[in-house]
Design a protein around this ligand. Structure first.
Ligand SMILES: C[S@@+](CC[C@H](N)C(=O)[O-])C[C@H]1O[C@@H](n2cnc3c(N)ncnc32)[C@H](O)[C@@H]1O
Length: 108
């Protein structure tokens, strides 16, 4: 499937950090982190569900992977309209496998 996301070569970290919209990106990211943490607390404490599974309908390259990890979400199913974001170099699967190799406890 062709969309604007696979036409755009993803920028590297250095380029992203020098972006003029870095502050709004960081703010947006912080909001997502807070929302996810709040939802997880609610599901665990109020609903008594320990093992949370997450369905991400626009997972992209898995940019939220560390948020899943830090909220102890052990099962994630990700979909994306863009094949390359999932299967391509530095796509979600590639990044997940790299994280497993890099961090011993990543898959715990
Ligand atoms: C800005 S990225 C966000 C990726 C990821 N959630 C993150 O936070 O890093 C938006 C993603 O939505 C995907 N997308 C856009 N329209 C979609 C659709 N109709 N169905 C599934 N994915 C879609 C794009 O391919 C892209 O990967």
């Amino acid at each position: 499937m062709n969309n604007k996301y696979n036409k755009k070569k993803y920028e590297n970290k250095k380029k992203r950090e020098s972006s003029s919209i870095i502050n709004i990106r960081n703010f947006h990211n912080w909001i997502k982190s807070e929302m996810l943490a709040e939802c997880c607390t609610y599901i665990r404490k109020d609903k008594g569900i320990k093992n949370i599974a997450l369905l991400d309908l626009a997972v992209g390259r898995g940019g939220d992977m560390f948020k899943w990890k830090s909220n102890d979400i052990k099962l994630v199913m990700g979909f994306d309209i863009d094949y390359e974001s999932i299967h391509g170099e530095n796509g979600a699967i590639d990044r997940y496998n790299k994280n497993i190799k890099k961090y011993n406890d990543y898959n715990d």
